[in-house]
Design a protein around this ligand. Structure first.
Ligand code: PHE
Length: 338
């Protein structure tokens, strides 16, 4: 039995050593360790080994099996290495790799991130509201009378249900005040919709950024300081900012904000970037009428609000002449922001 095992092992190792490809090696493995393999067959002879020799022969068989298995594994990885080396022969690993095209953020996303970052540094927290609004949150609660032109069917997308696509993000002011007591300091970026004729400066959907600050003793000075700081952070510390008296139903006094643009080769000009003002007490009163807790009593709190077009800010920042570029997804345009 001993000699038999030795002979089978010697033959097996020789066969493994001679195998020069994966298939021959697999055939050798099956021929030795498979169901009818030489070592399997000799192992079956254990039955007839006298009791007192079983331990010794058993050990011998195990040692033989380990030696053969080890030889198989070593040979297999040697064959694999050789195959890998052959596959790599002729490849110049020092050639530069093919460039990977990274995507980039859309200019609107970039400008929104930057604007939010500046305002969050000043303590404004994100707020949100639905794009499908009701007339109450979009107009009535914002002190906008039923005959105001913004409510006209010509200017606003209405649903049969009487709901509408919000014409501005100012509705988020109302929703926030309904659910939160002062102090409030929020910003709400989001889409707004108007039935505008589409051209280089108008789309029927655009992106606004709303802000609202309500607390004790909030003053017009706070409003000016906050927004001047904001626009200088956005467009550079030298940026000139101008507040022009204007009218909004929900703020009093109200202003439009212009920044002075110095485009290359052109006379500097003022460009309108935002609307703002001190929250009209009528808005606070309407909120309190719903809340019934007097939290927004104009005796106790004041506030300011502002709203700006992010599309407009992006166009100013990068000198984009046509707002439609922002929605056409032309990679030749978008790639410039990578
Ligand atoms: N909602 C106004 C608009 O869309 C902007 C605005 C917001 C004005 C907040 C004053 C205060 O034009």
């Amino acid at each position: 039995m001993k000699e038999k095992i030795d002979a089978i092992q010697a033959e097996a190792l020789a066969r493994i050593a001679a195998a020069d490809d994966a298939r021959t090696l697999e055939e050798a493995r099956v021929g030795i360790l498979g169901k009818k393999g030489t070592l399997t067959e000799v192992s079956a002879g254990m039955r007839d080994v006298p009791k007192e020799q079983k331990a010794e022969i058993g050990q011998l068989l195990n040692a033989s099996r380990s030696a053969i298995t080890a030889a198989l594994e070593t040979k297999q990885s040697a064959l694999q290495d050789a195959a890998d080396a052959q596959a790599l022969a002729g490849i110049d690993a020092t050639l530069p790799a093919r460039p990977v095209h990274h995507g980039s953020l859309h200019p609107l996303t970039l400008i929104r991130h930057q604007a939010l970052e500046v305002l969050r540094r000043m303590g404004f927290a994100l707020a949100d509201g639905p794009e499908i609004e009701d007339e109450f949150h979009c107009f009535d609660a914002l002190n906008t009378p039923a005959d105001h032109p913004a409510r006209n069917e010509k200017d606003t997308f209405y649903f049969d249900s009487g709901k509408l696509l919000r014409t501005h993000t100012s509705s988020v002011q109302i929703r926030t005040m309904e659910n939160q007591a002062p102090p409030i300091r929020i910003i709400a970026p989001g889409s707004a919709y108007r039935r505008d004729e589409i051209d280089a400066t108008h789309l029927s959907v655009f992106n606004q950024l709303e802000g609202l600050y309500v607390d004790r003793d909030v003053s017009l000075g706070d409003l000016k300081g906050t927004l001047e700081y904001f626009f200088r952070e956005m467009f550079g510390s030298e940026t000139e900012v101008r507040f022009r008296p204007h009218f909004f139903p929900f703020t009093e006094p109200s202003f439009e904000i212009d920044v002075k643009l110095h485009a290359k080769g052109q006379a500097p000009k003022w460009i309108e970037v935002a609307g703002c003002g001190m929250v009209d007490p009528a808005v606070f009163e309407s909120i309190d009428a719903g809340r019934k807790d007097d939290a927004f009593s104009p005796e106790k709190v004041t506030g300011f609000a502002f709203g700006m077009g992010l599309d407009r800010l992006a166009m100013i920042r990068w000198g984009i002449k046509d707002i439609r570029l922002l929605i056409e997804n032309d990679v030749r345009f978008l790639r410039q922001f990578a």
